[in-house]
Design a binder for this molecule. Structure first.
Ligand code: FAD
Length: 388
């Protein structure tokens, strides 16, 4: 390890999109980069692999690429071909499959055409030509609009949100509730971004190409907590007991960097259960949400995401939300930061410690304690790398 660190210009902790994209940009700018990753594989939560069914499965939950940021798409297109993929989600509500986000087709199925027709008129009066509104906006309307809002809130959001976050909906931060829109039209695509694609060979293959550069070295199964020690009082960092003054990009949780002095940052985790089935198709869409009766929130059938044609075999994933339990066998992965005033204040205390160490840069969804999609992670990493 000492030899490795001697010749490098910059140290990157974590090999997800944040770490890998930053490493590539820095390497292309002539810097020698060492990437340290504690797992046995690259690609962070984007990791995918071919399972015994021959299906390309996503180990850490389904990941779909979508962005309005052309520069991110162009950057990633250098490392993989991309195939068009428009994501569609159904919800199992009152025994029927209906499109999610809830849209006019969902209304037709659950309310019948006549009631939907009246509702459409009321929605038009309330929201004009807007194509998407939030359920909170519907709830603050009146008459049929409010009634529809109540129905959608109850059937689509309430129990799903409670399951997902393990708390009553009124305690969930508003930004979370308003993330899934209600569509005032028949567009049943889950995302409305300009670029909606999947990497032809999968995400791990894309990462392999991105990291394939003479200036990048990746060290797997290497927990940075063993090597990186911070001294916030003096604004310094040691690597393996020796002062380290070159830049460090830290994409892991920030509390780990400071021995959790203020306590552990709370996250929500998932128990992701894979099932292999001997049938060609398991369900009618890539993702089916189960907002109400079941303990899981959704089922993903991976073949839809990859476009693979395999007869008589398919692989699905059920997602059971659960508390984050760092030391337990299940639930030990910090998936979603639990956004709220108290937790943001706790994060800010760690961010302040980090800002006192001039050669240290926090980057990514864990380090910055925020939910971000992969395009946001890549854009943030490239911007940081350019600054450095
Ligand atoms: C269930 C789920 C589904 C998602 N679906 C989508 C989607 O469909 N589309 C989309 O755009 N985005 C999606 N996202 C968001 C996407 O996963 C993130 O934007 C992306 O993974 C962020 O990359 P990152 O590098 O910041 O974090 P990560 O991918 O988590 O990478 C961080 C890396 O740091 C490593 N690490 C942690 N601690 C240490 C340590 N002490 N030492 C060394 N290494 C360490 C971790 O092992 C990990 O590899 C989803 C997120 C979740 C949770």
């Amino acid at each position: 390890m000492e030899n490795m660190i001697k010749d490098i210009d910059i140290l990157v902790i974590g090999c997800g999109f944040s770490g890998a994209a930053a490493a590539r940009r820095l390497a292309e700018n002539g810097l020698k980069v060492l990437v340290i990753e504690k797992r046995e594989h690259i690609a962070g939560n984007m990791f995918d692999y071919t399972d015994k069914n021959g299906v390309l499965a996503h180990r850490y939950g389904p990941h779909i690429f979508h962005t309005n940021d052309k520069s991110v798409f162009e950057f990633l297109s250098r490392f993989s071909d991309f195939v068009p993929y428009e994501h569609r989600v159904l919800g199992r509500i009152d025994g029927q499959y209906v499109p999610i986000p809830f849209n006019f087709k969902s209304m037709d199925i659950l309310f019948g055409r006549e009631k939907t027709q009246r509702l459409k008129t009321a929605l038009k009066e309330a929201f004009g030509n807007r194509e998407r509104v939030t359920v909170t906006e519907l709830l603050s309307g009146s008459g049929e609009v409010k009634a529809a809002g109540k129905f959608i809130f109850e059937k689509v959001f309430l129990h799903y949100t409670a399951k997902q976050w393990g708390m009553p909906p009124e305690k969930v931060d508003k930004s979370v509730l308003s993330r899934v829109p209600v569509v005032l039209g028949y567009d049943d695509r889950y995302f409305s971004d300009t670029f909606q694609f999947m990497p032809a060979g999968g995400f791990t293959r894309l990462f392999e190409k991105m990291l394939d550069h003479e200036n990048i070295t990746v060290k797997l199964q290497c927990d940075a907590q063993r090597f990186v020690k911070t001294d916030a009082a003096h604004g310094t960092v040691e690597f393996n007991g020796v002062p380290f003054t070159k830049p460090i990009i830290w994409t892991a949780p920030p509390d780990d960097l400071f021995g959790c002095v203020y306590g552990k940052l709370p996250y929500r985790s998932l128990d992701l259960v894979l099932e292999r089935h001997h049938e060609t198709t398991y369900q009618p869409a890539a993702v089916v949400n189960y907002p109400n009766e079941e303990d899981f929130t959704r089922i993903t059938e991976f073949k839809y995401l990859t476009g693979q044609k395999i007869d008589g075999a398919t692989t699905i994933m059920k997602e059971y939300p659960m508390p984050y339990l760092p030391e337990a066998e299940k639930g030990n992965i910090p998936y979603y930061p639990i956004i709220g005033e108290e937790n943001s204040a706790l994060f800010n205390r760690y961010a302040e410690l980090a800002s006192g160490i001039k050669n240290l840069h926090l980057c990514g969804r864990l380090a910055q304690y925020r939910y971000c999609n992969m395009d946001g992670a890549v854009a943030g990493a490239l911007a940081l790398a350019d600054n450095i």
